[in-house]
Design a protein around this ligand. Structure first.
Ligand code: AMP
Ligand code: MG
Length: 343
C-alpha cells in the first residue's frame, strides 16, 4: 500500500473523511500525539487499526467526537453531573473520560470491556476530520505497538509507511504526551493514566481525585489492570534506559559514573539548565522544564534510536503536575529502572 502524506487542506480533509467512511484507517494530528483513526461504529474498520499497529486485541481504543451532543451515540445512559462539569472545564482538550459503553460501539473498540473511553480533541485538523466524516472516530496513538508515540507526521510515516493509505501532516503535537485517562463512572473519579490535565486540575473541578497506584510502578503479578495500555512494555527505545533521580549534583555524579563505565554508543538526556554538568559527553536536551520535556520526550527517545544509541541515561523530574505524566512515560520506557542518587 502507498502511504500518502498530505497537508491539511480542504481537498485532503475531504479525501481523508471519504477513506474513513469507506472503512479505511487514516493518521491525523491531535494536540496530544498523532492518532490512527477509523469509523468507531464500523467493526471491520476498527480491526484494521489493530492490524496496522500490531496492537494486542485486549488494549482498547479512545473514541473521538467534537461535541458533547454526540456523546449519546457512544455511551450508555446520561453523563454523570461531575463528568459534565469536567467536560465544561477541559473539553475540548487532552482529557479522556471513561463511561459505560453504548450499543452502537462494537466491542473490538473497547477490547470487550463494558466501558468506553471518550475524548473531544481541540486540534482543528482532528475536529475537521471528525466533522467531515460525520462519525465518531476510534483512534489510539499512531505508532507501532510498543514504540514511542508519534508527535510529528514523520514519526508516523516511519512506523506506518505501507500500512495505511494516508497521513495528515499537521506539524508538531502541542502537548506531546497522550491524554489523561479518567474513570468518571463513580466518585471519586480516578486517573488511570496521567497526562496534560493534571490531578490538581481535576480536583479543582470535582473536589476529590484518586490516582491509580500503577501509574508510577510496574504492575504486580496478578494485579487487575484498570487501564489495559499500562500492561505492555511501552514507549521503549531500542537502547537500554536508566533514570536517575535525587539532588541535582548527585544525579550528575551518578550519571557521569555510569556513563564512563558503559561501552558503546551512549547518551545523556538532561534538562537544558543542567547540560553544563556533563562537559565533553554526548548529551541531548529535554528542554527547560517539565512542560517542554513532555513536548520533546517521545521525539528524544526516537532520536536515540535513529542515532543507534545503546545506553541512555536520563535525569528525572518531580512527579508533580505535568511531571507525573512525564515520569509515568519515562518510567515505562525504562521498565521503571530508576536509580536514586540521594538528596
Ligand atoms: P493510546 O491512545 O494508544 O494510548 O490507547 C488508548 C489507551 O486508553 C489504552 O491503552 C488504555 O490504557 C486506555 N483506555 C481506552 N479505553 C479504556 C477503557 N474502556 N478503560 C480503561 N482504559 C481505557
Ligand atoms: Mg498508544
Amino acid at each position: 500500500m502507498i502511504t500518502k502524506m498530505s497537508a491539511p487542506c480542504a481537498a485532503s480533509m475531504k479525501e481523508a473523511a471519504q477513506l474513513i467512511n469507506q472503512g479505511e484507517v487514516v493518521a491525523f494530528p491531535t494536540e496530544t500525539v498523532y492518532g490512527l483513526g477509523a469509523d468507531a461504529t464500523n467493526e471491520e474498520a476498527v480491526k484494521k487499526i489493530f492490524i496496522a499497529k500490531g496492537r494486542p486485541g485486549d488494549n482498547p481504543l479512545i473514541v473521538h467526537i467534537t461535541s458533547v451532543d454526540q456523546i449519546q451515540t457512544v455511551i450508555r445512559g446520561e453523563m454523570p453531573v461531575w463528568a459534565k462539569k469536567l467536560a465544561d472545564a477541559y473539553w475540548p482538550g487532552p482529557l479522556t473520560m471513561i463511561f459505560d459503553k453504548g450499543d452502537r460501539i462494537p466491542s473490538c473498540v473497547t477490547a470487550g470491556l463494558d466501558s468506553v473511553a471518550v475524548r473531544i480533541p481541540s486540534h482543528k485538523d482532528a475536529r475537521n476530520l471528525i466533522d467531515a466524516a460525520q462519525k465518531p472516530i476510534a483512534a489510539p496513538s499512531a505508532n507501532l505497538s510498543g514504540r514511542p508515540s508519534p508527535t510529528t507526521a514523520r514519526h508516523v510515516f516511519d512506523d506506518m509507511n505501507g500500512r495505511i493509505p494516508m497521513i495528515i501532516d499537521g506539524g508538531e503535537s502541542d502537548v506531546g504526551l497522550e491524554s489523561t485517562v479518567l474513570d468518571v463512572r463513580s466518585l471519586p473519579v480516578k486517573v488511570l493514566r496521567p497526562g496534560g490535565i493534571t490531578p490538581k486540575m481535576i480536583a479543582d473541578i470535582v473536589g476529590e481525585v484518586e490516582v491509580a497506584g500503577s501509574v508510577m510502578r510496574p504492575l504486580k503479578e496478578g494485579e487487575t489492570v484498570l487501564s489495559p495500555g499500562m500492561k505492555y512494555k511501552h514507549y521503549a527505545p531500542e537502547g537500554s534506559l536508566v533514570i536517575v533521580k535525587g539532588n541535582q549534583k548527585k544525579v550528575a555524579e551518578a550519571i557521569l559514573n555510569m556513563y564512563d563505565a558503559t561501552e558503546g554508543e551512549k547518551c545523556i538526556l538532561a534538562l537544558e539548565g543542567n547540560l553544563k554538568n556533563y562537559p565533553g559527553k554526548n548529551v541531548f536536551s529535554l528542554g527547560k522544564d517539565p512542560k517542554e520535556m513532555a513536548h520533546r520526550l517521545f521525539d528524544a527517545l526516537r532520536e536515540m534510536d535513529a542515532r543507534g544509541v545503546s545506553a541512555i541515561f536520563s535525569e528525572a523530574v518531580d512527579a508533580e503536575g505535568i511531571g507525573l505524566a512525564v515520569m509515568n512515560r519515562l518510567g515505562r520506557a525504562a521498565a521503571f529502572h530508576i536509580v536514586d542518587a540521594g538528596e
